[in-house]
Design a protein around this ligand. Structure first.
Ligand SMILES: Nc1ncnc2c1ncn2[C@@H]1O[C@H](COP(=O)(O)OP(=O)(O)OP(=O)(O)O)[C@@H](O)[C@H]1O
Ligand SMILES: [Mg+2]
Length: 404
């Protein structure tokens, strides 16, 4: 695939599948096609019904292709869910010419990948944390440095092999070649974080429908990721149970009148809650709605706080917290996040790429837009990687195939 061709990306969310087509025009990436359909066959970020999920993916892609009026043969897609984990590793090589070359950087990263992983896990991303040349630590770009020995400390983002395989099957059924599978949090970060934030230290929370993905950066390096199987669908569920109404009505009430901080609601504010079946609707204080949502959002933020404290380096998060994903829009969330995580918070919107600018300018499209940016920049490095040997993704494909 070259830059003259269209790029197709598909974000597989728990509530919606979003396909985007990007094309390069006058040196810029344009969004020329977009297809969004409700997700079928997914639960908490994971495919649980291949037939249904494939149909949803197909229909999102067809919509995007119809709009862009191009044909595409390959795709970048996304993955999330609580099976995503980070594992540390290290590699070491002797420097033959006493100077680090890019080939040796590749070798040291490959030697790090020799770690023993449980048989059900596959490496999805290899993130170098630092290189050490002889005794000099904290090096990010070692090429050209003089020394005897090159060491690399890396974080691996790993995924469950069967979950990954089910995702791959959906695209195989559609005769699409997968160019890459990206953790959804990494894709969202690509879309909403600024270079300054990544440098100074930032936590990104992608608060979606079925999962909440967490990612941390500092010194321009991705340090930690996690995916909690809790999202906006659970808020809708809580409302449906608490207010005794259908999920459809609960979802509507959440979007129209939902707020996750009761102080934001006046005592006299009333909402109408339709009954289930032919039961009459009832009037309820909006404060009740806020109380239900606040309880669950607090609980979720406490889970995030626990994940960050396990990780242990919160002091390094100098710039603060960025919230994205569809559920980031619930009023009161910025205040609660600021209070519970003690980090200055903002909402992360994807950048306004030329083309379908208005349509994609929403936190729930952060992952899809990030995926497109990721795929676009991967095209630049692709030729280089190919000339050096197999890419990580090619090896993932071989590994997965060899086990099934
Ligand atoms: N204005 C809003 N207020 C509150 N919640 C909202 C709003 N708009 C969207 N949502 C919620 O956002 C969720 C969908 O977000 P998003 O599209 O980011 O999820 P997804 O990508 O499908 O799922 P995931 O990434 O978790 O697998 C839904 O639960 C929806 O109710
Ligand atoms: Mg999502």
């Amino acid at each position: 695939m070259g830059k003259e061709e269209a790029i197709l990306v598909v974000d597989i969310g728990t509530t919606k599948i979003c396909a985007l087509i990007g094309e390069e025009r006058e040196g810029k990436l344009w969004v020329t096609g977009m297809g969004v359909v409700p997700s079928k066959g997914l639960k908490k970020g994971i495919i649980i019904n291949i037939e249904e999920a494939t149909l949803s993916i197909k229909s999102a892609i067809e919509k995007a292709k119809g709009q862009a009026k191009v044909n595409v043969k390959s795709v970048y897609t996304s993955i999330a869910g609580s099976h995503i984990k980070t594992v540390s590793g290290m590699g070491v090589v002797a420097l033959k010419e006493k100077q680090v070359t890019s080939l040796e950087v590749q070798e040291v990263l490959e030697s790090a990948q020799a770690i023993e992983l449980p048989p059900d896990r596959t490496i999805l991303h290899v993130i170098p944390q630092e290189f050490i040349v002889d005794q000099h630590r904290g090096i990010l770009h070692p090429v050209g440095m003089t020394g005897m020995r090159l060491e690399a400390h890396v974080q691996f983002i790993t995924a469950n092999r069967s979950v990954l395989q089910n995702l791959i099957r959906c695209f195989e059924k559609l005769n699409l070649e997968i160019e890459g599978i990206v953790f959804q949090g990494i894709a969202s970060a690509e879309a909403v974080l600024t270079p300054e934030e990544k440098e100074l230290g930032v936590v990104l929370i992608d608060f979606g429908g079925g999962t909440t993905d967490i990612i941390c950066f500092w010194d321009n390096v991705l340090r930690f990721v996690s995916s909690i199987p809790v999202g906006g669908e659970l808020l809708t569920n809580d409302l449906a149970i608490g207010l005794r109404t259908s999920r459809t009505e609960a979802e509507r009430l959440k979007i129209q009148s939902g707020v996750c901080l009761k102080e934001l609601v006046q005592d006299e504010e009333i909402v109408e809650v339709p009954g289930i079946g032919n039961r009459p609707s009832k009037k309820l204080s909006r404060k009740v709605l806020a109380e239900i949502l606040e309880l669950r959002v607090r609980e979720l933020l406490e889970l995030v706080e626990a994940e960050l404290s396990n990780f242990g380096d919160k002091m390094k998060i100098t710039s603060g917290l960025v919230l994205t994903g569809g559920s980031a829009l619930i009023p009161g969330l910025i205040y609660l996040a600021d209070q519970i995580l003690d980090l200055p918070t903002r909402i992360g919107y994807p950048p306004k790429l030329p083309g379908l600018t208005e349509e994609i300018y929403h936190p729930q499209y952060a992952t899809a837009v990030g995926l497109l940016l990721y795929a676009y920049s991967a095209l630049e490095t692709e030729a280089e990687v190919k000339s050096k040997g197999k890419s990580l993704w090619e090896r993932i494909k071989e590994l997965i195939k060899s086990k099934f």
